[in-house]
Design a protein around this ligand. Structure first.
Ligand SMILES: Cc1cc2nc3c(=O)[nH]c(=O)nc-3n(C[C@H](O)[C@H](O)[C@H](O)COP(=O)(O)OP(=O)(O)OC[C@H]3O[C@@H](n4cnc5c(N)ncnc54)[C@H](O)[C@@H]3O)c2cc1C
Length: 280
């Protein structure tokens, strides 16, 4: 199928993009790896695509004030190759190779993944596990939204219709940071049936500030708060049992909700082992 007709404009700056997005039915075009597919399948009919690929300054990875900031236009492949990101955001580095295939990672952007907010995507769950935040430029000015408040529902976020996501930010890892990541997909590169991104802080032999963000189990990434408490108390099997209260995954084309719940427990045992390992 071919997309419905649309206009195209190349934004010169974030301000110019915001001006163009003022038009009814306008949408941001970043890497196009999700948007173009929805256009071709006629699942969306934007009147205007606002291409932000040439907006300067959105493709940088920078460490400042104890955080690592990733510009919206940083490609997945660029992030994967960044030694700085690998050191400061090891959870993101572990998740990136699971996103699609190399061709998709060459074009797809970090900002696009967060803005699109596919409930089975890896990066939104990492952002949530890491207590990250999102910078948004909008008609009323700039604002920063915490990951806990960003994901509202299925493909719905705090961005709003006319917002441009300019960067995400996560606290830089320290020697006490522990992370874990695992997902189950039918084939490598497919969207996950179920996945888990996790972060914690080592405190002697214990873990504190445990955050477990499951993906592929609901309309948004889902925190498993009872399991987090059980893991912080050092009881992995209690954490697995707590998933019965924390998660209520609906059936989908990949698996039934019951199977997803079982797989979530399998992943939690794997990730709990990772969280208890000191980084090399
Ligand atoms: C075969 C295939 C397999 C894939 N597998 C995975 C996978 O396993 N895991 C995964 O996470 N993803 C997967 N993807 C999607 C891929 O990661 C996309 O790159 C990503 O979801 C969207 O990024 P993009 O830059 O391509 O955004 P686009 O496709 O350009 O945009 C996606 C949406 O986000 C909006 N948007 C993009 N950037 C911004 C911004 N800066 N500000 C405001 N709105 C913005 C657009 O308007 C659009 O609505 C797959 C894609 C394909 C084609």
């Amino acid at each position: 199928m071919k997309p419905a007709p649309f206009d195209y404009a190349r934004a010169r700056s974030v301000e110019h993009a915001l001006e163009l997005l003022g038009r009814e039915g306008a949408r941001v075009l970043a890497g196009g790896q999700s948007l173009i597919a929805t256009l071709n399948m006629r699942l969306s009919h934007p009147s205007l695509l606002v291409d932000i690929n040439e907006v300067a300054g959105l493709d940088r990875i920078a460490r400042r004030n104890g955080h690592i900031e990733i510009g919206a236009l940083v490609r997945h492949a660029q992030a994967e190759r960044s030694a700085e990101l690998g050191q400061a955001a090891p959870l993101v580095a572990r998740a990136l190779p699971h996103i699609g295939h190399p061709a998709i990672r060459n074009r797809g952007t970090v900002g696009g993944s967060i803005a699109f907010a596919d409930p089975a995507a890896e990066l939104p769950a990492c952002l949530l596990a890491l207590q990250g935040e999102v910078d948004i430029a909008g008609p009323a000015g700039k604002r920063t939204v915490k990951a806990d408040d960003f994901f509202h529902g299925l493909f719905e976020t705090a961005l709003g219709a006319c917002g441009v996501l300019t960067a995400i930010r996560v606290p830089a890892a320290t020697s006490a940071t522990r992370v874990g990541f695992a997902e189950l997909a039918r084939r490598h590169g497919d969207y996950a049936m179920v996945g888990l991104a996790a972060a914690a802080r080592a405190n002697g032999k214990n873990l504190t500030d445990v955050r477990l963000a499951f993906f592929g189990v609901g309309a948004t990434p889902v925190r498993a708060r009872n399991a987090e408490a059980a893991l912080a108390a050092g009881d992995v099997e209690a954490a697995v049992n707590a998933l019965g209260h924390d998660l209520d995954p609906p059936d989908d084309v990949q698996a039934t909700g019951a199977v997803k719940k079982h797989l979530a427990g399998v992943l939690l045992r794997r990730v709990a082992r990772q969280l208890n390992e000191a980084p090399q």
